[in-house]
Design a protein around this ligand. Structure first.
Ligand code: E4P
Length: 309
């Protein structure tokens, strides 16, 4: 489990620059207890997965991408745009990220204009890099140039496929409203490449090797077991790093932590200082769960029968 040693004063100062998430309703004398809580977005393009959560006030934004649109059944670009427009209507006034599929700067800017009119709450998702992976002759600055041009046009950008804090800084500097670090994919990578070598860092095995005479684990290594290994915390450490860089320079670009696989990663992001969590429906469905809550609830229901309830 990732646990930062501190939250800097600069990080707390930066929070004062960020939008108030739970404002009081006009005329409401009660102050919400969590006005600066991170915003919760859903990471899906499937309306049925989020409509009830949105109506219940549990989510206040949405992120989509081409893979999620494919999963939602999009069969053509026009169909994908219909789905994106419907999601913008549903979520208004909360932000909905719509990803560019073009790879050339001019085409991307034109496509951004096309997507921006799907809703006044649309945010254009621009991949930070990877252009040369598709075409070796591509301009590596394509993403940054597009972000800058969209910022000049007043179009909000969510920079996607962020895997290090340098990418996040350059995106913010180009004018992005949001950066999306993909912490789950970093963990996926670590799990995939984990080899059972018995050395620190390959944690599960490391713990196994470091028992005391009674067979107990050495305590400082138990954190590795809890999170599946230090290297698998890379995503949370990345969020903390970006939060520190952004706090150092009071950068208002919001850190939109993405690509969640489980509740532990949600907790880690809260500890690390993410501004927004975009959560897939499968993980959202678990956020109120704990086996001890189940057990406690069963006992309360059983005992309440004693007084006729
Ligand atoms: C973020 O905006 C992306 O849509 C998303 O979180 C990617 O998640 P995945 O790694 O589960 O595809």
């Amino acid at each position: 489990m990732f646990t930062p040693a501190f939250t800097s004063a600069a990080m707390l100062d930066r929070k004062n620059l960020m939008p108030v998430v739970n404002p009081d309703k006009a005329g409401n004398p009660l102050h919400h207890p969590a006005p600066k809580a991170p915003r919760i977005f859903a990471d899906t393009a499937t309306r049925s997965e989020i409509e009830p959560l949105f109506k219940a006030g549990i989510i206040n934004g949405l992120t989509t991408n081409p893979s999620l649109l494919k999963k939602a059944g999009a069969k053509s670009w026009d169909h994908a745009k219909e789905i994106m427009k419907d999601l913008c209507n549903l979520l208004r006034p909360f932000p909905v990220s719509l990803e560019l599929t073009e790879l050339d700067e001019e085409k991307m800017v034109r496509q951004a204009d096309e997507l921006a009119v799907l809703g006044d709450n649309s945010v254009i998702k621009v991949p930070i890099g990877g252009y040369r992976a598709i075409n070796s002759a591509a301009d590596p600055f394509t993403g940054l140039k597009v972000i800058r041009r969209l910022w000049e046009k007043g179009i909000k950008v969510n920079t996607t496929l962020i895997f290090n804090s340098t990418q996040a800084f350059w995106a913010a500097n180009a004018g992005a409203t949001y950066v999306s670090p993909f912490l789950g994919r970093l963990a996926d990578y670590a799990y995939k490449h984990d080899t059972p070598e018995r050395k620190p860092g390959n944690s599960l095995y490391w713990v196994e090797d470091h028992k005391n005479a009674k067979g107990d684990q050495i305590m400082h290594n138990t954190e590795y077991v809890a999170s599946g290994g230090a290297v698998k915390d890379a995503g949370a450490r990345l969020i903390f790093e970006i939060a520190t860089v952004f706090a150092n320079y009071q950068i208002k670009t919001e850190i939109l932590a993405a690509s969640f696989r489980n509740q532990v990663q949600l907790t880690e992001c809260l500890l690390a200082g993410a501004d927004i969590l975009t959560v897939p429906a499968s993980v959202l469905a678990t956020v109120a769960d704990h086996p001890l809550s189940d057990e406690g609830m069963k006992a309360f229901v059983e005992d309440s029968k004693a007084f006729g309830k």
